[in-house]
Design a protein around this ligand. Structure first.
Ligand SMILES: [Zn+2]
Length: 684
């Protein structure tokens, strides 16, 4: 629906009310830094927090990609919405009056806004009715379940507004229609009733269930969780998504936990409603639940807004599902956790209990003590890799090593990595000192290799991925459709070491092309063509586009769909292939340049790490020397000198590599920008 023109008064009111930290903080984890806040920029592939948010100036700015503006601009860019939509949404959020310039449209807008109010009202009335039912004779079994089985006090029942949906098909429906005068359509939109199949009216969604209302941050009821009382499935039935209830966005209990989270500077995330209720009843009031879905990054951002230190403890079940949920949640925020933007811990309670069970025999003090001892997410993941593996078995040992290398390879800071390498090597060696040292070195090499060769985008900058995709596609298109240049293209790719395509569908296509050509010409000849010792004139006789389409259709039709723009290029692309060799050279140079740049960034980082290592070695040797021969200082000086000489020669080596890489990039730039004259420059 198009938004009517908003009155300047409304726009001003929204600008005044929408605090930049509040608005950005809803989508980006912000950390306080002096008078400003910093966070990972959502507008480019950010690796360090490049975005600054200034509450004083009420704007955000990214030092890396240049994105910046006020709250409205942020939301327009982040949610890809129009100015009007953003202002309207903010006005709703802060409950500001909305005025439009034209009269009739204002009426429509008013209706649109009041619909949400109506949904909130319907849900609040339903919550009240459920609560009332709990105190009637039909609610006796539910009340008994809550007080006896769950052991909840009157205060807790009242505080969480718990209720009961009776065993009827239309109890709530009748009440809200007849007494409150609400329409069945509205109740359906609120997720309270369900339309009968075939159009014969509606029936209550929740029947014979204990009802737990879910509130938003402002404390309004937005949905329900219903626990079955007779063992009928599902055990927990939640409200469906509605205009006011988005599951991935809300957290159960956050409305009442926010203050405690701020005070304790820590949030506990559990799986179930009754875990939260039990924890709050026991006095652990900084706990929330993820509403039956995997914890989303959006939910984590909501929690982080309450905690200055961004400390979160996941207390999920220790069974397979709970472990998977924890791993998924870690995956959602791993980048933030790796960069130290938040502190994520994982708690498993002893003997696999959930918080509700645990608190039946233990006090809140015991629980808090366990929270304090809970391992950091990475320690927990390492534990998961090692757990249940018999390290004396070669295959299991190897599995453990590759799992650990994958985990540690993600760590960006070399000091932290070293700490974990030592720790892990010690555990793998089973306490044998010599073996531990050897393992540590071995692991370090593997992690290094993984960091450099892995498909990580660590050394990649914004826009490089899409540029690479374009360049690769261009080369493949040329190869397929300019058949008389295939031999030249193969030579060019070989010389520039560009035969490994980065994108999977490109790699698959190149492999299929090579297969077909090898079948026709033989592997030996194809290799000779790439090396330039065979002119390869008969490569052009192979009808690659047709053969590939036929073959791929048989094997992998999804791939064909992705590759269609390459196999059947449109007019524009065909026109662009007028000077194939010129185009090839520019594109290949661009690709090679990207690789070179990545290597440069890698070298800089590796050099930094190496320097630190050498210094550490120097210091360690010094200390050892001092212990052994406290008097002979001359010898020691010599050794230090030698070590620093070594360090300097390392520096020279790095510099050489770096400069040659940089020089090469300059050379490639010339090629890309047409610093050559014709089509005949590609050497055979
Ligand atoms: Zn940015």
């Amino acid at each position: 629906m198009p938004v009517p023109r908003l009155h300047p008064r409304t726009i001003e009111a929204v600008k005044e009310r929408a605090d930049i930290v509040d608005v950005v903080g809803e989508h980006v984890v912000l950390k306080k830094k002096g008078r400003e806040f910093v966070g990972i920029c959502p507008f480019h592939d950010d690796s360090k927090p490049s975005m600054t948010v200034s509450p004083a100036k009420q704007f955000y700015y990214c030092f890396s990609c240049g994105a910046g503006g006020n709250s409205i601009k942020f939301l327009m860019e982040f949610q890809r919405q129009s100015f009007g939509d953003v202002v309207l949404e903010l006005a709703r959020k802060y409950q500001l009056p909305v005025e439009t310039v034209e009269g009739p449209q204002q009426e429509r807008l008013r209706q649109q806004l009041s619909r949400r109010d109506k949904l909130h009202r319907a849900l609040a009335l339903a919550a009240g009715w459920f609560r009332g039912q709990l105190r009637t004779p039909v609610g006796a079994s539910a009340l008994n379940y809550l007080t006896e089985k769950r052991g909840l006090s009157e205060v807790t029942l009242e505080s969480f507004e718990l209720g009961y949906a009776p065993e009827q098909w239309d109890g709530l429906l009748k009440h809200l229609q007849q007494v409150e005068g609400l329409s069945a359509e509205l109740l359906e939109a609120a997720g309270l009733v369900v339309a009968r199949k075939g159009g014969g009216g509606f029936y209550d969604r929740f029947r014979h269930r204990v009802m737990v209302p879910i509130h938003d941050r402002q404390g309004r009821v937005i949905g329900f969780g219903g626990r079955s009382l007779d063992g009928s499935e599902p055990k927990y039935l939640n409200s469906p998504e509605t205009d006011v209830f988005e599951k991935g966005k809300h957290l159960f209990g956050l409305d009442r936990a926010a203050n405690a989270i701020r005070k304790d500077d820590r949030a506990v995330v559990v799986e179930g409603y009754f875990d939260v209720i039990a924890l709050h009843a026991a006095g652990v009031t900084n706990s929330v639940a993820s509403l039956g879905t995997a914890l989303s990054s959006q939910q984590i951002t909501q929690i982080c807004r309450c905690s200055e230190g961004k400390r979160i403890v996941l207390n999920f079940d220790a069974d397979g599902a709970g472990v998977r949920a924890a791993n998924r949640a870690i995956g959602e925020v791993e980048q933030l956790a790796l960069q130290g933007q938040l502190e994520l811990r994982v708690l498993h309670l002893p003997s696999g209990k959930d918080p509700d069970e645990f608190l039946k025999d233990h006090g809140a003090g015991d629980y808090r003590a366990l929270l304090d001892q809970s391992p950091l997410w990475l320690d927990w993941q390492i534990q998961q890799v090692l757990e249940g593996r018999d390290l004396s078995q070669a295959d299991q040992f190897q599995q453990a090593v590759s799992g650990l290398v994958a985990l540690l390879g993600k760590l960006p800071q070399s000091a932290v990595r070293t700490h974990y390498l030592q720790q892990v090597a010690e555990r793998l060696s089973g306490g044998q000192g010599r073996l531990a040292l050897q393992l540590e070195e071995d692991l370090r090499q593997q992690v290094k290799g993984q960091r450099w060769h892995g498909r990580s985008s660590r050394h990649e900058q914004p826009g490089e991925a899409s540029q690479r995709e374009r360049s690769e596609a261009e080369i493949l298109r040329l190869y397929l459709h300019c058949s008389n240049h295939r031999a030249a293209i193969r030579r060019e790719l070989r010389q520039r070491e560009l035969e490994d395509f980065a994108l999977q569908h490109h790699r698959l296509l190149w492999a299929a092309i090579t297969d077909l050509e090898e079948t026709n010409l033989g592997a030996g000849r194809l290799e000779a063509i790439s090396r330039g010792t065979d002119s390869g004139h008969d490569l052009e006789d192979i009808e690659l586009p047709r053969l590939l389409t036929d073959q791929l259709l048989l094997e992998n039709s999804a791939l064909v769909a992705r590759l269609t723009p390459l196999l059947e290029p449109g007019e524009v692309h065909l026109a662009a292939m007028a000077k194939p060799l010129l185009q090839l050279r520019g594109t290949a140079a661009a690709l090679e340049r990207q690789k070179s740049l990545k290597r440069c960034r890698h070298l800089l980082e590796a050099w930094g790490g190496q320097r630190l290592e050498t210094l550490e070695r120097c210091i360690a040797a010094l200390i050892q020397e001092e212990r052994q021969q406290p008097t002979e200082s001359v010898d020691m000086e010599k050794r230090i000198e030698a070590m620093f000489e070594e360090l300097n020669s390392d520096a020279l080596r790095f510099q050489e590599l770096y400069y040659s890489e940089r020089k090469h990039i300059g050379h490639l730039d010339q090629q890309r920008c047409g610093g050559f004259s014709g089509q005949d420059v590609i050497p055979a």
